[in-house]
Design a protein around this ligand. Structure first.
Ligand code: NAD
Ligand code: TYD
Length: 349
């Protein structure tokens, strides 16, 4: 079986390709990725010459190239996206374009080429804030807060429209916050780890009491494969971790693992529109496929911190000029940069 994986040079996509090549020895992968700032072939160094992995550089918004890459594939797993909430606030246009138009072109190609399975990778963020308690199930209302989560919710609805209108055998996974190796350091956990490793301040947005449902990326990869193989076409499946933990507690765990002082914690101006709390109900996936998360947070964090420590070359390459420019603008000059956004909250210490 040949699978088209979009966004396979990113964080979850590259982890999925490593996982799939090992878990399904008869499957081959066509990896279609634009190599945006977040795409990195170094994530795939050990499989670039693998006989069952072919890399194709291309944009999901290029309908002709998408169709050519998909030809001959029985299944599609669609990860490619602009995936960062903060960047979607600072510059929403590429986020809306890739996440909506790109998904649309993939759906069109999948329909024309009659693929057997189309798995769209989405996020718990489409459900929005769940305050002060409760969990989101697959039929909970979609209440996205950021341009990122709104574009993902829109792409989910496009997928479901193709199921209903054209009987496309598509499925959707909505996972909670992933962590693990190869994650670009604009995201919270790798940013905390890389700053702590360098002895630099750990920027905590607002009061740091926002909660996320942490999931090791390997547990997500296993969930995605379970849905691809055993999910019911037309269905949505949540994939959530065991632990809902607040950002301050997560940052403190990182500092402890690296033997660094809490004095490195630095409260900075909050993200505009910041969601306070996400928590997923994954009982549907558990019941239908037997999946459950296998990696406890303590163990997963220890392994992740060790991975970043042991890969200074990967890190040095990723923390390049463009990341430095981004970091300087939105962290070193945060108040000035955020004042451009209407509704930006006051800085809270
Ligand atoms: P990432 O930013 O690390 O990787 C995205 C990949 O998509 C990159 O390799 C990039 O080059 C590629 N890409 C971007 N625009 C493209 C385009 N126009 N054409 C082709 N390729 C393009 O993201 P990630 O964290 O690996 O997330 C993967 C998917 O999982 C996304 O759809 C995201 O919405 C979803 N998701 C992520 C998380 C998380 O915690 N990271 C949680 C839930 C859902
Ligand atoms: P992030 O990794 O961007 O994921 P998401 O917003 O999609 O859940 O952020 C996770 C949490 O960490 C979120 O509440 C925002 C917060 N955060 C910080 O406090 N400081 C930071 O520098 C970043 C990037 C995020």
């Amino acid at each position: 079986m040949k699978v088209l994986v979009t966004g396979g040079a990113g964080f979850i996509g590259s982890n999925f390709i490593h996982f799939l090549l090992a878990a399904r020895p008869r499957w081959s992968v066509v990896n279609y990725d634009k190599l945006s700032y977040a795409g990195n072939l170094a994530n795939l160094a050990s499989v670039m010459k693998h006989p069952r992995h072919t890399f194709v550089r291309g944009d999901v918004c290029d309908a002709v190239a998408v169709s050519a890459a998909m030809r001959g594939c029985a299944a599609v797993v669609h990860f490619a996206a602009e995936s960062h909430v903060d960047r979607s606030i600072y510059e929403p246009a590429p986020v809306v374009h890739t996440n909506l138009t790109g998904t649309f072109h993939l759906l069109q190609a999948a329909r024309e080429l009659k693929v057997d399975r189309f798995l769209h990778v989405s996020t718990d963020e489409v459900y929005g804030d769940l305050e002060p308690s409760g969990t989101a199930a697959e039929d909970s209302p979609l209440r996205p807060s950021s341009p990122y989560s709104a574009s993902k919710a829109g792409s989910d609805l496009l997928v479901l429209s193709f199921v209903r209108t054209y009987a496309l055998p598509a499925l959707i996974t909505r996972s909670s916050n992933n962590y693990g190796p190869y994650q670009f350091p604009e995201k919270f956990l790798p940013l905390m780890i890389t700053n702590a490793l360098a002895g630099e301040a750990l920027p905590i947005y607002g009061d740091g009491r926002q909660q996320r449902n942490w999931l090791h990326v390997e547990d997500n990869c296993r969930g995605i494969l379970a849905v691809l193989e055993d999910g019911r076409p037309g269905s949505v499946y949540n994939i959530g971790g065991h632990d809902v933990e607040d950002n301050l507690a997560m940052a403190r765990r990182i500092l402890r693992l690296l033997d660094k002082p809490d004095a490195l914690l630095r409260h900075v101006a909050d993200r505009p529109g910041h969601d306070r709390r996400y928590a997923l109900d994954s009982s549907k996936l558990r019941t239908e496929t037997g999946w459950s998360p296998q990696i406890p947070l303590d163990e997963g964090l220890e392994r992740t911190v060790a991975w970043y420590r042991e890969h200074p070359g990967w890190l040095a390459q990723v923390l390049d000029g463009s990341y430095k420019i981004y970091y300087a603008k939105y962290y070193e000059n945060r108040d000035a940069a955020l004042s451009a956004f209407a509704g930006a909250p006051e800085r809270k210490e």
